[in-house]
Design a protein around this ligand. Structure first.
Ligand code: ZN
Length: 195
């Protein structure tokens, strides 16, 4: 077992995904919870920012499967980034959403916007099981997803997350072979964009 992280400022224990390793080589680094991190960044930047710790919520996808989302707000530069993510083995994995807003704006309104976006995304289904087959295939000529690190590939090949499901690059290649000779368009977007 790894020792749980403790916030340097408020001494509360923090999950790894909630902590920020904050500082510089000169001043040294501290692990902060997102609240203490945001309060410190707001103070340094002279921002009127009020941290909100949103409780996890459960949402269902198009197939009726439940997904539990955790939320984290973080001040980054001129924005506040609000993230909604699932946990797989204690770390963010599966569906992941991010929205940027004004740090001095209404965080609850930003949360409502994020939830709307998550709802839209969860109604979409890009992969389906082939008839009489356990294998996944592309359902309707369009795939949206995320590019992640594949532990098994050591950075050589990506791991895709499509419909909140991990799809190794090779498996995705096999799915594409149903369209041999067809064309495609690949467009890469910022994590905070709606795709
Ligand atoms: Zn703290």
């Amino acid at each position: 077992m790894t020792t749980p992280l403790v916030c340097h400022t408020c001494r509360e224990s923090i999950a790894g995904y909630e902590s920020v390793h904050y500082g510089s080589l000169e001043t040294g680094y501290r692990d902060l919870c997102s609240r203490c991190f945001n309060e410190e960044v707001a103070r340094l930047g002279g921002l009127k920012f009020e941290h909100v710790q949103f409780e996890p919520i459960e949402m269902r996808d198009a197939a009726g499967e439940p997904h539990r989302f955790h939320f984290c707000a973080r001040l980054i530069g001129e924005h506040v980034a609000l993230e909604g993510f699932e946990l797989k083995d204690g770390a963010p994995g599966g569906y992941k959403f991010e929205i940027l807003g004004d740090p001095e704006g209404d965080l609850f309104a930003l949360m409502a916007q994020l939830i709307e976006r998550m709802r839209r995304a969860l109604t979409q289904r890009h992969l389906e099981r082939g008839e009489g087959s356990a294998r996944l295939q592309i359902a309707e000529f369009l795939v949206r997803g995320r590019i992640e690190w594949d532990e098994n590939e050591d950075g050589r090949l990506p791991l895709l997350v499509i419909d909140g499901r991990e799809v190794p690059w090779e498996e995705f290649g096999r799915m594409l072979m149903s369209y041999e000779g067809w064309q495609f368009k690949l467009e890469i977007k910022d994590p905070s964009a709606e795709v």
